[in-house]
Design a protein around this ligand. Structure first.
Ligand SMILES: N[C@@H](CCC(=O)N[C@@H](CS)C(=O)NCC(=O)O)C(=O)O
Length: 377
């Protein structure tokens, strides 16, 4: 890896860009930033087949994309304290929290960015100027805001009956993070793990940044606000290699474990079932929230497949350790479903990285995506 220099294609307000960038800084991975624009977005699409940021290109022409496999791959290449814990049961928990942060907190992040008018105007203008151009930024941003609200809220199962619950998902995360971060610097103890990076996407570039939610965070969640800066500025060499990992057993963990076992995993499972039976939408039912006619998302079938596979690769003893962590919140059923037949998304080959320079992948580009973008994969 010595002679490799990376270019990170990113935006300074993107959820997943913030997640990856913090990891690269922590691990001292050599990279320079290329701010996204509509041309580089299409370059990413042409090389990876997915029009999403962030993506990384090496000086040898290899590509990495999608933050979860990217971090997992970089972990194999760059030395130092792992962000995926060596203990297999804790590694599974960390990856599960990463996935929850990535996918489940996306919806409240959409609410807080696009519904309050101050955030909508500010962020719309920034995104519009980045992707379209300065002169048309305001108009483009307005259209983008409409697209995001439609795609992730009003046409995706959010309505008058559950909108306040979606908004308040932020406060439920603060309840957990504030108590935990009062006790320890990072989510699983002394050092950052993928659990921190999973949370960082929504917390750093959205909740801690967007005008409305950032003020709420400053007033109601100062430990979380402090952790954002701590994680953004974390460096392996400063923290040293003596790690202390803390199992998720304290009382303040229970509501999060409850949401994971009784909202998020059932969501992934119901989404996968809908996908397999060819339904484009399904009525999601969880413990704390329901989404009627939510869109079936192929990518999240893959998320479930990966989690099932990882759970099943654990030893019997580690599966029991993980299951026991969810015992108090009645998580046995969801955990046992992770252990049943693995769903097949057919996406493993798409997300195999790196894409080597000159490698021929059957990447199809679609005109609508080239011109209009790709909200979902
Ligand atoms: N699973 C992907 C998600 C990447 C993603 O959704 N990126 C957003 C920006 S944060 C994007 O590029 N969206 C394109 C669009 O909405 O058109 C990852 O982990 O990298």
């Amino acid at each position: 890896m010595k002679d490799i220099q990376w270019t990170l294609y990113r935006s300074k307000i993107s959820y997943f860009s913030g997640k990856l960038e913090a990891y690269l800084k922590y691990k001292n991975v050599p990279f320079e930033i290329s701010e996204i624009n509509r041309h580089s977005f299409n370059t990413i699409y042409k090389h990876t087949g997915v029009k999403k940021m962030p993506a990384m290109e090496s000086n040898h022409g290899d590509w990495l994309f999608d933050t979860t496999p990217t971090i997992a791959w970089l972990e194999q290449q760059y030395q130092g304290v792992p962000v995926i814990p060596d203990d297999p049961a804790l590694a599974f928990i960390a990856l599960l929290i990463e996935d929850y942060g990535d996918e489940w907190l996306w919806r409240p992040a959409m609410w807080w960015r696009w519904v309050p008018m101050g955030s909508r105007r500010a962020l719309g203008w920034i995104i519009g100027s980045e992707i379209i151009e300065e002169k048309l930024g305001r108009q483009a941003g307005w259209l983008f805001a409409k697209r995001q609200m439609h795609e992730w809220l009003w046409d995706d199962g959010v309505d008058k009956t559950n909108e306040a619950t979606v908004r308040d998902m932020l406060f439920r995360e603060f309840d957990f993070l504030e108590a935990l971060l009062e006790d320890q610097p990072f989510i699983l103890g002394s050092h950052p793990s993928v659990a921190d990076y999973g949370y960082f996407g929504s917390m750093f570039r959205h909740f801690g940044n967007d005008p409305d939610s950032a003020e709420v965070m400053r007033m109601q969640a100062p430990n979380t606000y402090e952790w954002l800066a701590r994680l953004w500025n974390a460096k392996q060499h400063k923290l040293g290699d003596q790690t202390t990992l803390i199992e998720p057993t304290a009382d303040y963990w229970q509501p999060l474990l409850d949401r994971i076992a009784n909202d998020y995993l059932p969501y992934l499972e119901q989404n996968a079932a809908a996908y397999i039976s060819g339904e484009k939408r399904f009525n999601y039912k969880g413990k704390h929230i329901n989404f009627n006619k939510t869109k079936t998302t192929h990518y999240r079938v893959w998320c479930y497949e990966v989690l099932q596979q990882k759970f099943q690769n654990l030893s019997q003893n580690d599966r029991k350790r993980v299951t026991d962590m969810f015992q108090q919140v009645g998580g046995a059923t969801s955990l046992s479903h992770l252990n049943s037949d693995v769903v097949i998304s057919g996406m493993n080959d798409i997300y195999k990285i790196p894409i080597k320079a000159g490698e021929k992948r059957p990447i199809k580009t679609n005109l609508a995506v080239l011109l209009g973008g790709q909200a979902r994969n």
